[in-house]
Design a protein around this ligand. Structure first.
Ligand code: SF4
Length: 467
C-alpha cells in the first residue's frame, strides 16, 4: 500500500469574510489589542497555510493511504479520525521522534478502532510501555470500546467527541477539524506560544481566563475552508519555528504580524522569548519506595547455572492511581527515609503477606544485597527508589508455591527471565532491571576476593543467569 500526502487543498476564492464561529458574546473580548483585525486574520491564514504546504514534516499520521478497494469516504474519515486520535494522545507529553515508532507499531497491531476495541488492557499497556502517563492508554481503549459498542460510528463533532473518555477540548478539536473538517480551533502549548508572541500577551498562560482568551483568538483565526490544515500549521509553526527558547523569526511566515518581534526590535531589552510569561513550576511531591527484585532459581529442575531456569515475581499495581494496573517488582512505599534494616523489614513483611515467602522457612536465600538507588521523575512526583536483589530457591518447588496462592491479595505473576524483556514494562521497572543486570556483571568482573570465595560467588551469580 502506497502512502500519499494529502492532496492540495482548494483555496477559498471568495474574499475573506468574518468567521461565523465567533458568537456575539465571544466578539466582546474586552481588550481590543488582543483581537486580530479582519485583514490581519486573512493574512495570517494565507501565510500559514502556504507555509504549511511547503514545510510540514512528513509524519505517519499525516499520510493518506491509497484506497484500492474504494472504501467509502465515511470509512476513510473514521480511519483518519482514529489515526489523529492515537497520535494526538501519544504526543501529549512525548516528543514526536519517540512517538513515530510507537504509532507505527500501534497501527500495525490495531489498524482500526474495531481492532483496538477487541484488545485487552494488558496488551495496550504493553504496547504503551515507555511512553508514560498510562492513563492515556487506558482511556484510548475505553473510548474505542465505547464508540464501537454504541455503534453510531466515530463521533464527528467537538461536542460528541467530548463525551468519549479521555478526549478533552484539544483532542476533540484536533480530530473534528482534521478528520471531519469542523471549523473549530485547537489550543495546545505550541499554539499558546505562537499566539502569545503574535499578540505580545504577557498574562499568565496557565491562568484559566488567559487560556479562554487564547481559545477565542484561535477561534477567530481558524480557516473556515481548511480548519484541519490551519490548526496543524499553527501547531507546526510552534513546534519547528516559533520554538520556546530559540525561535527562527527570520524564517517565520507571519513575522510581519508578530507584535513581540516588533516590540523587541524597538526595545532591545525585550526578547520575543519573554512571551509567553514563564510560570514557576509547582513543586514536586517527594516519595520514597523500596523495590525488591525477587529472582527464583531452579524452577524447572535442580540444574544450577541454567540461564533459562530462573524467573522473577511481578506484582500488579492497584487499578487506580499512579501507573494503575501495571506490573512492577515487589515494591513497598515508605512514609519517610529509612535505613537498610528498616527497608528490609518492610520488604520481608510484604513478601510474607503477598507470597508467603519467608527466607527462614519457605525458601533458601542465595543472595540478598542492596544494589543501589535512583530518582524517577513523574510530572508531579519525585520518587526515590531503593533497589534490592533477592535470589532464592523455593524449598517446595514452584508447583507447591503456586498452589498456595489463589485469589489472595494483589495480583501477581511469575515471569521467566527469557520472557521479561519481551514484556511491556514501565521505564521505572526497566531502570530497576537494568540496575540488577549491571550489578551482576560488575560483581563478576570486579570481585577481588580470594580465589575460593571468588569461586563461590561466581557459582552463585552464574546460577542467577550471568555468564
Ligand atoms: S516572528 Fe518569531 S516570535 Fe513571532 S511568531 Fe514568528 S517565530 Fe514566533
Amino acid at each position: 500500500m502506497e502512502d500519499l500526502k494529502e492532496p492540495k487543498r482548494k483555496r477559498n476564492a471568495q474574499p475573506w469574510k468574518k468567521s461565523k464561529l465567533i458568537s456575539k458574546d465571544e466578539e466582546a473580548i474586552p481588550d481590543i489589542e488582543d483581537i486580530f483585525s479582519d485583514k490581519e486574520t486573512q493574512k495570517i491564514r494565507e501565510s500559514l497555510l502556504d507555509w504549511y504546504d511547503h514545510h510540514q514534516r512528513d509524519l505517519p499520521w499525516r499520510r493518506k493511504q491509497t484506497n484500492p478497494l474504494q472504501v467509502e469516504e465515511e470509512e476513510e474519515k473514521e480511519k483518519r479520525a482514529y489515526g489523529v486520535w492515537v497520535s494526538e494522545v501519544m504526543l501529549q507529553q512525548t516528543r514526536v521522534q519517540t512517538v513515530i515508532d510507537y504509532y507505527n507499531r500501534w497501527m500495525l497491531k490495531w489498524p482500526t478502532l474495531q481492532h483496538l476495541a477487541l484488545s485487552s488492557l494488558e496488551e495496550v499497556n504493553e504496547m504503551w510501555a515507555g511512553l508514560g502517563y498510562y492513563r492515556r492508554a487506558r482511556f484510548l481503549l475505553e473510548g474505542a470500546r465505547m464508540i464501537v459498542t454504541k455503534g453510531d460510528g466515530f463521533p464527528n463533532t467537538v461536542s460528541s467527541l467530548r463525551k468519549v473518555p479521555g478526549i478533552g477540548d484539544y483532542t476533540a478539536g484536533a480530530i473534528a477539524s482534521i478528520a471531519f473538517k469542523e471549523v473549530v480551533p485547537v489550543v495546545d502549548g505550541n499554539v499558546i506560544r505562537v499566539l502569545a508572541r503574535l499578540k505580545a500577551i504577557s498574562a499568565n498562560p496557565k491562568d484559566s481566563m488567559t487560556i479562554k482568551n487564547f481559545w477565542k483568538l484561535a477561534t477567530q483565526l481558524v480557516d473556515p475552508c481548511c480548519p484541519g490544515d490551519f490548526n496543524q500549521s499553527l501547531m507546526e509553526l510552534g513546534a519547528t519555528v516559533c520554538t520556546p527558547s530559540n525561535p527562527s523569526c527570520t524564517l517565520c511566515p507571519i513575522s510581519s504580524q508578530c507584535r513581540a518581534l516588533s516590540i523587541s526590535k524597538q526595545d532591545k531589552s525585550v526578547l520575543v522569548t519573554d512571551y509567553p510569561t514563564k510560570v514557576v513550576k509547582v513543586k514536586q511531591r517527594r516519595e520514597i519506595s523500596a523495590v525488591c527484585v525477587v529472582e527464583i532459581l531452579g524452577t524447572k529442575g535442580p540444574i544450577e547455572g541454567d540461564q533459562s531456569d530462573s524467573g522473577f515475581l511481578l506484582v500488579k499495581r492497584p487499578d487506580n492511581g499512579l501507573l494503575a494496573g501495571l506490573w512492577e517488582f515487589p515494591t513497598v512505599n515508605m512514609s519517610q527515609e529509612a535505613d537498610l534494616t528498616t527497608r528490609k523489614k518492610e520488604i520481608d513483611h510484604f513478601l510474607k503477606k503477598v507470597f508467603r515467602l519467608d527466607p527462614q522457612k519457605t525458601c533458601s536465600m542465595v543472595l540478598r544485597e542492596h544494589i543501589g538507588e535512583f530518582v524517577h521523575i513523574f510530572s508531579h512526583i519525585r520518587l526515590k527508589v531503593y533497589v534490592e536483589l533477592l535470589v532464592i530457591h523455593l524449598k517446595g518447588g514452584m508447583s507447591e508455591f503456586f498452589s498456595k496462592h489463589k485469589n489472595e491479595g494483589p495480583s501477581w505473576k511469575y515471569v521467566e527471565k527469557k520472557d521479561l524483556s519481551n514484556l511491556g514494562l514501565t521505564s521505572g521497572v526497566r531502570k530497576v532491571y537494568t540496575m540488577v543486570e549491571k550489578f551482576k556483571q560488575s560483581k563478576l568482573s570486579t570481585d577481588s576476593a580470594p580465589a575460593k570465595k571468588k569461586r563461590t560467588n561466581m557459582r552463585k551469580l552464574r546460577s542467577t543467569g550471568v555468564n
